[in-house]
Design a protein around this ligand. Sequence first.
Ligand code: DI6
Ligand code: FE
Length: 405
Amino acid sequence: MTQVFDSVWFDVNLATMEGDGYGIIENAALAIKDGRIAWLGKREDLPAFDAFATPTYQGKGGWLTPGLIDCHTHIVYGGNRAKEFEMRLEGASYQEIANAGGGIVSTVKATRAADEETLYVSAKNRLNALMKEGVTTVEIKSGYGLDVETELKMLRIARLLGEHHPVDVKTTFLGAHALPPEFKDNSDGYIDLVCGEMMQAVVDEELADCVDAFCESVGFDLAQTKRVFEAAKGHGLPVKLHAEQMSNLGGSAMAAGFNALSVDHIEYLDEDGVKAIKSAGTTAVVLPGAFYFLRETKQPPIDLLRKHQVPMAIATDANPGSSPLCSLQLMLNMACTLFKMTPYEALAGVTVNAAKALNIYDNVGSLAIGKQADIVLWDIEHPAQLSYQFGVNPCQQIIKNGAIV
Ligand code: DI6
Ligand code: FE
């Protein structure tokens, strides 16, 4: 019987990311139907199809991988913190900078002051940088508004970015990112607002797919974070957490109690925390860009995560304060050089495991029959090359929902 496909790719190698390793199929073909992968395998096994009616594409010996997934970003924000960067390098302390109006609060001010178009355009430029490197799904957080109006503004822009670009956007409500100046000395009062009116408004407009918080001495404590998670649970929203970035507050174990999708940063996570997230099926997200930019020296517990077989994802954490970059390819390299992850683990970290961190693995994150056809064609000789080099973008073609971008 002759198969009906919408398009067929020839002369490609596949890194399907299915099974234990890259899931390599050399001299392969891949067929798409209705935006989904309809067939993949060895070229010689491709079933007969109507070659006159079907567009075919030659991969010229390149590699197809799943579209990359950046599962942790803060790309919607106003202003930038280059001046603060300079001050720090000239010797100013974090506290001095904060007292001079710097830090997260300065981005909050700029984000509140920015009109929607300005915010949209700056975020669009960051999104385009990610997409050019093969990103087909991106998570975007709020968290620089810290009042009802501006948190909603950020999330609406995030949703709009997804509607206007060939990329899937997952939105995360991060009202509990930092304490806004008007709640100075009243952090519990701010958490009341986050859990009450603010989250309700986000839910009413269906603006968030998930809820996140920053559990840290400079963020919110364990009890406050728990309140945010309980409110999220009340609305049926999944949670994730900025946890164990600068100290071990036990945020990851607490998050595991809420079956968090992911715990992110986790430099200070210990073995008990690793066991807790393992038993909850929570993904560990490492953020080498923030580690690098903050000159952190404490390594995330990669060996323990391996030992307990916790899925490890990698993301940019693109934000103006601790990770001002928009390159997931660079993160692949840094995960290997800084964290000694293998190139396979790195690629799994931006495909399979990033999909798990966003709870979308049923649909994307690997090349498999029936999955959404989010695929990248790379001009490389082996998938490890994606982690090995940076600054040379080998992305040749992006296929989103089966269509060439
Ligand atoms: N951890 C971080 O590294 C960023 N947010 C967070 O929770 C910092 C965000 C910023 O400095 O603007
Ligand atoms: Fe972050």
